[in-house]
Write a protein that binds this ligand. Structure first.
Ligand SMILES: [Zn+2]
Length: 111
């Protein structure tokens, strides 16, 4: 468990960054009133914000999934060969689901 302490920190920091981005956007949205012209412009901006939010929400879900896996000790296992994924690799990419040899094998197939 302890070996993923740094990965956990990275995930929590990422989550905090996304959360503050969402908060900042919500605050900006509630602050502005304005007339019709502003509203039209805002609608366009909101559409962009919506797609960004979807991405952010997706990110939070991904982070939570990783944190949940760490909590139940099922994190860091390669989905292909069920070997442990190197901690260094997870620290570089906490969302990695394949070990380095499976990942490079997959890349070879793809390219
Ligand atoms: Zn593997």
């Amino acid at each position: 468990m302890e070996k993923y302490i740094k990965v956990k920190e990275i995930l929590l920091a990422k989550k905090e960054a996304v959360a503050s981005r969402i908060r900042a956007r919500l605050e900006a949205e509630t602050e502005c009133g304005g007339d019709e012209a502003d509203k039209v412009r805002l609608d366009a901006e909101n559409k962009l914000a919506d797609s960004l939010s979807a991405k952010d929400i997706d990110m939070v879900l991904k982070i939570d999934r990783c944190l949940g896996k760490i909590a139940v000790n099922s994190y860091g296992t390669c989905e292909e060969c069920e070997e442990d994924i190197a901690v260094k690799r997870l620290e570089a990419n906490p969302f990695a689901i394949l070990c380095i040899s499976c990942a490079s094998a997959e890349e070879m197939v793809r390219t």
